[in-house]
Design a protein around this ligand. Structure first.
Ligand code: NAD
Length: 484
């Protein structure tokens, strides 16, 4: 087993220095398995946001002095720094969030490296200028970007914002989640060595209600890039709208996996269960609803139950564990509350339930749970649960299945399974979500990721994610210049 790092950060990273925060409070970071504190970070304030946004504003001319190639090279150095600390990062996030260690290494530590390297390459290769008739269309950095991030994939969500923002020539003030803030501090240590101008990256940890809102209202912030719950995103959007800031919102989801009658049922159902339970269900794009033809419902339930019951719950630092705890007691109680509502509203509990898993008296564990015969009006079919709870919904016709898939305020992800990929593609085109996976296809880091409807505004990943951090400018050329 890997050594367990213990972390105590007392300063914020502002203007290229480690700075004592204005207030003396701190945020204790809890190990979700042992329920004990294992790290502390400062709880910043609006004063610290003021300092950080001034530093970020001051860095903008220096960021513009750097070419996109130079900024790309700096991103590669950041990727190297994260990679060198990958085991430490994975171990920390396993303790904070509960991700099993091997997956933590892949998703929580290596994925941010991959994203950062892709933006490094993209920055070096980027050709932004375009000629349209007598116009030269160019792109400028948006300016100072406030990045507000969640806890479920803490460093990954951060790098999906920080890497393209820096590549575009913006400067950044980052506010990470208080539930999983430690890897943001590792990132600040890495960026300190990366050769960026002082103030290009600033870190102010603290509550959403003070630090987050100060960022959303700051006159020096040009853009808010937010990932989190739809509720908090709506609040941030309202605040940021007062000063017409650009917005990027990556919010909640309630995605459907639609299994056609000709699909490989075993593969479709077991893959959907694994997708739903990744990170103990704490994934925005999880396929939390499984739509199956009514005639196949009983078989689908059996496969889902067997897959769910195959999970090994325990300490995420133990390599035998395949599902860890949820991030916090509030999250555990909220998820168990949804399970109780599912039972009350008449859904069939196939496996799992509200009781704690046997033998696990500590830690915020929830049993992997499958409901079937879930009606479209039930809370477990409509609301984002953010825990290991799958809702199986039967359907009678393809049109009904598509209607059920789209019957949601969310629109983030989804899946279609069929023996006939052409048929699956035709159905995928009818699904109102930012991504749709056919027959378990691989995730593509270059493809846009984001939400329709209440799942958000804007896109992350790839060139789409880079251009969110750029303003468009059309320079109208006189006839003589346009011809040359
Ligand atoms: P959250 O909304 O509680 O918090 C997200 C961030 O916003 C945190 O840093 C928090 O401190 C801050 N915040 C909260 N209230 C704020 C306010 N009033 N003003 C400014 N900032 C505020 O979300 P969470 O619990 O950390 O994360 C889980 C949620 O994130 C889920 O809904 C999940 O679907 C969503 N999520 C979405 C994506 C995506 O890409 N669409 C990815 C990951 C997570």
């Amino acid at each position: 087993m890997l050594p367990i790092p213990r972390r105590h950060y007392e300063r914020l990273y502002i203007g290229g220095d480690w700075v004592t925060p204005s207030d003396s409070g701190d945020i204790a970071v809890v190990n979700s398995t042992t329920e004990k504190h294992f790290g502390w970070v400062p709880s910043g304030s609006a004063d610290d946001v003021e300092k950080a946004t001034r530093a970020a504003e001051g860095a903008l001319p220096w960021m513009s002095e750097m070419s996109m190639r130079e900024r790309g090279d700096a991103l590669d150095r950041i990727a190297d720094g994260i990679e060198a600390r990958a085991h430490e990062i994975a171990t920390i996030v396993s303790q904070e969030v509960g991700t099993p260690i091997e997956q933590s290494l892949e998703w929580q530590a290596k994925q941010p490296v991959t994203v950062t390297r892709l933006y490094a390459e993209m920055s070096r290769a980027y050709k932004g200028d375009r000629t349209l008739g007598n116009s030269l269309v160019v792109r400028d950095p948006v300016g100072v970007v406030a990045c507000i991030t969640p806890w479920n994939f803490p460093l990954h969500q951060i790098m999906l914002k920080v890497a393209p923002a820096l590549a575009a020539g913006c400067s950044v003030v980052l506010k990470p989640s208080g539930l999983a803030p430690l890897t943001a501090f590792i990132l600040a240590e890495v960026i300190e060595q990366a050769g960026l101008p002082a103030g290009a990256f600033n870190l102010v940890s603290g509550p959403g209600s003070s630090v987050g809102e100060a960022l959303a209202t700051s006159p020096r912030v040009d853009m808010v890039s937010f990932t989190g719950s739809t509720n908090a995103g709506q609040g941030v959007a309202a605040l940021a709208g007062e000063s017409m800031k650009r917005l990027m919102l990556e919010l909640g989801g309630k995605s459907a996996s639609l299994v056609l009658e000709d699909a490989d049922l075993e593969e479709a159902v077991s893959s959907s269960v694994h997708n739903c339970y990744a990170n103990a269900g704490q994934t925005c794009a999880a396929w939390t609803r499984l739509l199956v033809p009514r005639a196949l419902l009983i078989r689908a339930e059996a496969i889902a139950a067997e897959t769910a019951e195959g999970y090994v719950l325990g300490d995420p630092l133990d390599p035998a564990t395949t599902m860890g705890p949820l991030v916090s007691p509030q999250q555990r109680d909220a998820v168990r509350g949804f399970i109780a509502i599912g039972v009350d509203q008449g859904a069939r509990l196939v496996t799992g339930g509200v009781d704690p898993p046997r033998g696990l008296n500590k830690g915020y564990f929830v049993r992997p749970t499958v409901f079937s015969n879930v009606g479209p009006e039930m809370a477990i079919a409509r609301q984002e649960i953010f825990g290991p709870v799958l809702a199986i919904q039967p359907y009678d016709t393809i049109d009904e299945a598509v209607r059920l898939a789209n019957d949601s305020i969310y629109g983030l992800s989804g899946a279609v399974w069929s023996a006939d990929p052409k048929r699956a593609l035709a159905i995928a085109r009818r699904i109102q979500t930012g991504q749709v996976f056919i027959n378990g296809a691989a995730f593509n880091y270059l493809a846009p990721f984001g939400g329709y409807k209440h799942s958000g505004v804007g896109r992350e990943f790839g060139e789409y994610g880079l251009e969110e951090y750029m303003e468009l400018k059309a320079i109208q050329l006189p006839a003589s210049a346009a011809a040359s």
